[in-house]
Ligand binder design. Sequence first.
Ligand code: FMN
Length: 341
Amino acid sequence: MYIGSYQLSNNLIVAPMAGVTDRPFRTLCKYFGAGHAVSEMMTADKTLRMSKKSLYRANFDGELAPISAQIAGSDPEQLAEAARYQVANGAQIVDINMGCPAKKVCNKLAGSALLQDENLVARILDAVVAAVDVPVTLKTRLGFLNGHENILRVAKRAEESGIAALALHGRTREDMYLNTARYELIKQVKELIDIPLIANGDIDSPEKAKYVLDYTGADAIMIGRAAQGQPWIFREIAHYLKTGEHLAAPDIAEVKAVLLGHLAELYEFYGEYSGCRIARKHIAWYTKGLRSSNEFRQNMYKVENTADQTKVVESYFDQLLDQGQRMSDVQAEQVNLLDIK
Ligand SMILES: Cc1cc2nc3c(=O)[nH]c(=O)nc-3n(C[C@H](O)[C@H](O)[C@H](O)COP(=O)(O)O)c2cc1C
């Protein structure tokens, strides 16, 4: 699959997730075979550009190409300027966020709130595409309200604007993360447009990945929550799509090594204080469903520095290894990952 002139190594894409898909996580997912990843959303508001949060989000140092920077806002000129800024900052693709359902974003008429004003959507698309020489992609939802899904018009307009690929989460803003993703409308969009379409929403297993690709005819799929705490899902899905067979789940020793490697990257990226705190949610995701993991997490949350955090993680996994816990046991017990928001 191509985004503009960039050929992706496969059609499995890491969904942008603010607070999750930072550079260390995107790098890890790419290591496990994701063909592409999009940054966390970055506000188009120039006055916030030098905030600590924005600087972390705009850090693409050493990331595997193509680098995609997601921008969010509601003013066409401001978004155009933000796109130019991100390209100067190393982005090879600019992605526009018209999918975020969060109140904080929608109250400023950004994210999925934009879908209420198709005229403004068109002005934004035209302005951003005209502003940069790199491919511009759009990530959006089916519409704002249920019963008023306008994705067919929005998708067509995006294609006319010169958008290079469209990622579509099969829910409306009203759905938030409730109900299930509706693939029927994604399929209709695929039939309508000629630019690459990326299907998104509730893809959490190799079978589901194959089903969504086959049913919608989408060119690629995008995976968000199901990659939290299991970045190897890209390896598993890629293998299944290629061979029709399941790859064995990683064993506990591999999970331990991946998590410790991930922690080291987070500590290096964010430093001692933030690194330790940001790592907590990742540790919680990796250990969900493992033996005595509730108790482990309660203790782990109390640890305040990276050296001790590494130690408690190491000793927990060593204990699991001594007890002979296997990941295949875990998966049977595992709570649906899609419950994690
Ligand atoms: C914690 C979290 C943060 C998110 N942040 C963003 C974001 O920054 N930009 C965006 O376009 N979508 C964001 N999303 C939406 C996801 O990209 C994706 O569309 C959604 O989670 C559905 O896919 P999934 O079912 O595979 O998780 C976020 C979702 C989650 C759970």
